[in-house]
Design a protein around this ligand. Structure first.
Ligand code: XMP
Length: 510
């Protein structure tokens, strides 16, 4: 595991993990460290390059985060991004001032294709800008390598010292050629050879898990069957075979056959798989409850209690608790003050007082598609690896109003038909499912009047699940699904298709 290393030095920007991820995508190992990491420590790690992240501060303000200024003379290639470019210019003798016109959003950038960062790219690029300060006087040795209508130093270069900076964010999707620019920095400036891939990541994770839990350490994992906890289980099973216990709490609100599929995938691995059928207790606790947030809270709490009771039987004192937390969970559960629209309970849901020795979260730095790639590499079945997001409370928030065993059974069948037809049609949708609404409607079957339930179908396209558009399914497909559901599922008399985007709607109905 002696891969080339690129250090990402953090100055408080929100995209540090995204930068590290782009570097990984380019086949280079990266590590995120605090911006003020001492120079000797940096040198000792022998990075082939350093990337300075963005950050919310102004470099000229007292107390603004800084790195050792000697960093810029130590011979290691550096790329400064946003705050990072300003820190680089400020520390090497340039002047930073507040912009007359701040730039936010996708901005036209004219780049110098002779600069190694932009080699192979057209002169006109789009860059995501977000800055209120700019470099007004360049430090000695630097020249401008890009400009926008309001920013003459949108990129800077000092080829002799191999120092480069960009005012915009190459790490985000809104800078369409940003990954190419990072790749150029890595391969054309730092001399990367591309010696890092998911197999290396797995090997590192396994070494870290072993180091954290020690030679005799045991680990307990709450396995939901979702992609993240499944990949976490497979990774742990490989890292510490036989010393992992996985508790799968079946709350009775899983989709058709789901519990069995999960059991099937894990039964033969080197983990002690425990399936707890707690459906009756969960349904009992949900009796008469119609408010969506109450349902979530009840299920969250009941899950914790069931997990605790099961763990208690195993004597978990001194054991580690593992969680399949991935990077986007860390952001979404972060301490921002946004209003609680729906409370998700994936992160931090388990109580701290259970006597665990510590928390093992090997996937914490990964993004979803990387987790899936790791899962495939670990040999998990495709049905688990490509699974769509499924809410912790399961079908309980897709049965509108009170949840009963009968309604769950109806929804399970309707949902299975919809998913089967969607799969066959190969239409692109990132999440799709059926909802059993609480509207009943009049119908006619033969000579008889019926008064049955209404199923709503939901299929959305999204990349981040924070916003979405409805998927434009063909009428032929919708018609086929509708016919099958009303013919094959007793209790459903009408099928509707939800064509609302998020916002204003959310993806789930509750
Ligand atoms: P919404 O409905 O908020 O959903 O637009 C966004 C994404 O989150 C999932 N979701 C949940 N996941 N617990 C979860 O673990 C929940 O309570 C929950 N509610 C929604 C939803 O399926 C979608 O992918």
């Amino acid at each position: 595991m002696s891969n080339q290393l690129v250090l990402v030095l953090d100055f408080g920007g929100q995209y540090k993990e995204l930068i590290a991820r782009r570097v990984r995508e380019c086949g280079v190992y990266s590590l995120i460290k605090p911006g003020n990491l001492p120079l000797e420590e940096i040198r000792a790690m022998q990075p082939i390059g350093i990337i300075l992240t963005g950050g919310p501060d102004s470099v000229y303000r007292d107390g603004a985060p800084k790195c050792d200024p000697a960093l810029f003379d130590c011979g290691i290639p550096i790329l400064g991004i946003c705050y990072g470019i300003q820190l680089m210019a400020y520390s090497t003798g340039g002047t930073i001032t507040s912009c007359r016109v701040s730039e936010y959003g996708r901005t036209k950038v004219r780049v110098d294709p002779a600069c190694p960062l932009f080699e192979g790219l057209a002169e006109e690029q789009i860059g995501l800008m977000s800055h209120t300060d700019k470099i007004s006087v360049l430090p000695q040795g630097f020249r401008s390598a890009a400009h926008t209508a309001h920013c003459e130093n949108a990129a800077i270069a000092d080829p002799a010292r191999r120092l480069y900076g960009v005012q915009f964010h190459p790490e985000v999707e809104n800078t369409p050629n940003g990954t190419e620019m990072i790749r150029n920095f890595l391969y054309r400036v730092c001399g990367a050879v591309g010696d890092y891939d998911m197999a290396d990541y797995e090997a590192r994770m396994i070494a870290e898990i072993r180091a954290q839990v020690g030679p005799g350490g045991r680990v307990l994992l709450g396995l939901s069957g979702g992609v993240d906890s499944s990949v976490c289980a497979a990774l742990l099973a490989k890292a510490i075979p036989g010393r992992l216990w996985c508790i799968f709490v079946d709350h009775g609100c899983m989709r058709k056959n789901e519990g069995d599929e999960i059991e099937e995938a894990f039964r033969d691995r080197a983990l002690n798989f425990i399936r707890v059928d707690a459906s009756e207790e969960f349904l009992g606790a949900l009796k008469g409850v119609t408010d969506p947030e109450r349902k979530r809270k009840i299920i969250g709490e009941k899950f914790v209690r069931t997990f605790e009771a099961e763990a208690g039987k195993l004597n978990v004192t001194g054991c580690y608790l593992a969680q399949g937390t991935i990077y986007p969970d860390v952001i979404e559960s972060g301490a921002n003050n946004s209003a609680t629209i729906k409370s998700h309970h994936n992160v931090g849901g388990l109580p701290a007082d259970m006597g665990f020795a510590g928390l093992v979260e090997p996937l914490r730095g990964l993004f979803k598609d990387e987790v899936r790639a790791l899962g495939r590499q670990l040999g998990l079945p495709e049905v688990l690896v490509s699974r769509q997001p499924f809410p912790g409370p399961g079908l309980a928030i897709r049965v509108l109003g009170e949840v009963t065993a009968e309604k769950l059974a109806i929804l399970r069948e309707a949902d299975a038909i919809f998913r089967e037809e969607m799969k066959k049609s190969r239409v692109r949708a990132d999440q799709y499912f059926a909802v059993l609404t609480n509207a009943r409607s009049v119908g006619v079957v033969g000579d008889f009047r019926t008064y049955n339930g209404t199923v709503a179908l939901r299929a959305v396209r999204t990349t981040d699940f924070m916003t979405c558009e409805y998927a434009p399914l063909s009428h032929k497909l919708l018609g086929r699904v509708s016919t099958r559901i009303v013919n094959e599922v007793r209790g459903v008399g009408r099928v509707v298709y939800d064509i609302t985007g998020k916002p204003p709607a959310t993806i789930e109905w509750e």
